[in-house]
Write a protein that binds this ligand. Sequence first.
Ligand code: GLP
Length: 252
Amino acid sequence: MRVAIFASADDAAARTAELIAAEIASLAAPAAIAFPTGRTPVAVYDRLAARAAEGGLSFGRVLPFMLDEYAGLPPDHPASFNAFLRRHLFDRIGIAARREGLIRGDAADPEAEALRYEAEIARAGGFALCFLGIGDNGHIAFNEPGSSLGSRSRLRRLTRTTMAANAGEQDGAGTVPDHAVTVGIGTILESRKIVLLATGAAKADAVARMIEGPVTAMCPASALQLHPRVRVVLDQAAAARLRRSEDYADPA
Ligand code: GLP
């Protein structure tokens, strides 16, 4: 893992946007990129949208994919992750959301929807880049603690802590659904590159377990230690519980 620690959340978001923009600019052919939801990536999406508006970045070769979606929510529900990504990213960068890269939360058979989604990711050649956040309990996408490190896309029950953390996250959100369709940890680990952004003190414990703890299903993000090309971008608050933080200070 290549870890970079920045003085502020703003600086960390700026660096993350740079890393993603560089990957997009280097695409020689259409390639799948997975984008997360949550409060953390919004500052990155603001920057990517600004660069696209200035004409400095084209998303023409990006095949956008989402990571997860609440079970039961139709794509036009304001609390759905479909709506979140449209609002914060797709509509602003002029990307047409493609059915292949979207999970239908309201699919009659969510397990079948997860299988379809896994097949769509494979058909697109896997994720060239997977942009991730991390939950307070170490989850990535909606792979909650206890998820198999080899898991594929599937229906997953959410923990109460995640439901509480996400309550009110999405504009217009009401009660948080208790299940989600999520890409698996195994799916994520097959990405060619991974960039994870974490900011704020609430993430400090999960970040320390991800980077310096044992690889364990109890901290799903720790599985990223097994991947050869992971960039972790942090602000100081999220890095506060790292024991070897002086070794990671290089923002290169
Ligand atoms: C969400 C998503 C994750 C995200 C995490 C943290 O619900 N399923 O992909 O990384 O929870 O979100 P936030 O950035 O709001 O802390």
